[in-house]
Design a protein around this ligand. Structure first.
Ligand SMILES: Nc1ncnc2c1ncn2[C@@H]1O[C@H](COP(=O)(O)OP(=O)(O)O)[C@@H](O)[C@H]1O
Ligand SMILES: O=C(O)C(=O)C[C@H](O)[C@H](O)COP(=O)(O)O
Length: 306
C-alpha cells in the first residue's frame, strides 16, 4: 500500500499535510531482507495508477524482485493513512476495500518461480483481504512446501479487516501449515486464549510448528525450536532499549526480517531472535515502517555497540 503519514500530531480531521511512504507487512519484510543482501521476491498487485508505480519502483529500487507484481487497471492501489502520535501506537485508517491486491487469484502463482525458494513468508493480513487472497495463500503454501521451503508465518492480526472469530479460524489453519510462527503475546491470546509462554509453546508445537517465537514488545521475545518432539533450543532474548520511540508500526516486520535473515544464513533460532529484537528496536526509532531497517553494515555496527 501507499501510506500517508500525518505531518502534524492532531486528529486526522485537522491534519493538512501528509508524507507519502510505503506500508504493508509483506513488502516491509521483503525490503528489509533485500537491504541485508538476500534475494527476495514480492508477489502482489497494484493498480495502473501513480501510487502503484511509486510502490513498484520503490520496492524494486530496494533490490526486491517485482516481476510477479500484477498490474490491474480496473482496480486501485490500496492506501493506508496513519496518524502521527507522540505516545503509543498510532491509529491507522485503511482505504483498501476493492484494491488491486484484494483481487489476487491463485493464477498469479507459478511453480517455477518457487524453484529455489528457501523461505515463503506469509502474514495474516493478506488472507483477510478476500476469499481469493486466502485461496492464493493456501496455493502458495502448497507449492512452497512441495519445493521444500520453510513456511514462516506472522499472524499480524488486524481486527479492522475481519472479526475475531473469522481471524482465529483462518489463522489457526495457516499456523498449522507453517514451520515457524511468530505471534505477539496479544495475538497468541486471541488465537489460543492464552499469552502464557509455556502454554503457547505447547499448543503451537502440538499443531506442528517446529519454530515458535513469541514477541513481548520492548521487553524481548521467547523462542523454542523442536525437531521430532526433541528440544533443539529454547529461551528468552532481551529487547534492545531505545532512547526515543517515534512510531511502533513496522517493528514486528523488522523483527521478522531479523529472524528470517539469520535463519537463511544458518544461524540458530536464539541468534535469529536477537537479530529480530535488534531490527525491531531500530524500526521504532523512525516514523515510517522501513526507514529504520538496517543495511548489513549498519546491523553489524548496531550489534557491536549494544
Ligand atoms: N519500544 C521498543 N523498544 C525496543 N524494541 C522494541 C520496542 N517495540 C518493539 N520492539 C522490538 O520489536 C519487536 C516487535 O515489536 P512488537 O511491537 O512486539 O511487534 P508487533 O508489531 O508484531 O506487535 C519486539 O519483539 C521488540 O524486540
Ligand atoms: O496493517 C496493514 O495492513 C499493514 O500491512 C500495515 C503495516 O505496514 C504493517 O502492518 C506493519 O506491521 P508491524 O510491523 O507488525 O507493525
Amino acid at each position: 500500500m501507499v501510506m500517508m503519514v500525518a505531518d502534524q500530531s492532531d486528529s486526522l480531521q485537522f491534519v493538512t499535510s501528509y508524507s507519502r511512504k510505503i506500508a504493508g507487512a509483506e513488502s516491509n519484510v521483503a525490503i528489509g531482507l533485500a537491504r541485508l543482501g538476500h534475494d527476495v521476491g514480492w508477489i502482489s498487485a497494484i493498480g495502473d495508477d501513480p501510487f502503484g508505480t511509486y510502490i513498484r519502483n520503490t520496492i524494486r529500487g530496494e533490490g526486491v524482485d517485482t516481476s510477479r507484481v500484477r498490474i490491474m487497471p480496473e482496480h486501485p492501489t490500496g492506501m493506508l493513512v496513519k496518524e502521527r502520535n507522540e505516545i503509543g501506537d498510532p491509529k491507522v485508517f485503511y482505504y483498501r476495500r476493492g484494491s488491486a491486491a484484494s483481487h489476487i487469484t491463485p493464477d498469479i502463482l507459478d511453480d517455477n518461480y518457487f524453484a529455489e525458494t528457501k523461505i515463503l513468508h506469509i502474514t495474516g493480513i493478506f488472507p483477510a483481504l478476500s476469499p481469493t487472497c486466502l485461496e492464493t495463500l493456501l496455493a502458495a503454501i502448497r507449492i512452497a512446501r512441495k519445493q521444500g521451503a520453510l513456511v514462516t508465518f506472522d499472524p499480524n492480526i488486524r481486527l479492522k479487516l475481519w472479526n475475531k472469530e473469522q481471524a482465529k479460524e483462518t489463522l489457526l489453519k495457516l499456523a498449522a501449515l507453517s514451520d515457524l510462527i511468530m505471534p505477539g503475546r496479544k495475538e497468541a491470546e486471541i488465537l489460543l486464549g492464552t499469552g502464557e509462554w509455556e502454554a503457547v509453546k505447547e499448543c503451537f508445537h502440538k499443531a506442528g510448528n517446529r519454530y515458535i517465537v513469541m514477541k513481548d514488545g520492548p521487553d524481548g521475545s521467547y523462542y523454542s525450536h523442536q525437531e521430532d518432539d526433541q528440544v533443539v533450543e529454547e529461551g528468552y532474548a532481551k529487547g534492545f532499549p531505545v532512547r526515543r520511540v517515534v512510531d511502533t508500526v513496522g517493528a514486528g516486520d523488522g523483527f521478522a526480517v531479523g529472524v528470517l535473515s539469520a535463519l537463511l544464513e544458518g544461524h540458530s533460532l536464539q541468534q535469529a531472535v536477537v537479530r529480530g529484537n535488534a531490527i525491531g528496536s531500530l524500526a521504532v526509532t523512525v516514523q515510517g515502517d522501513v526507514e529504520g531497517y538496517p543495511t548489513r553494515r549498519q546491523l553489524e555496527e548496531y550489534l557491536d555497540e549494544a
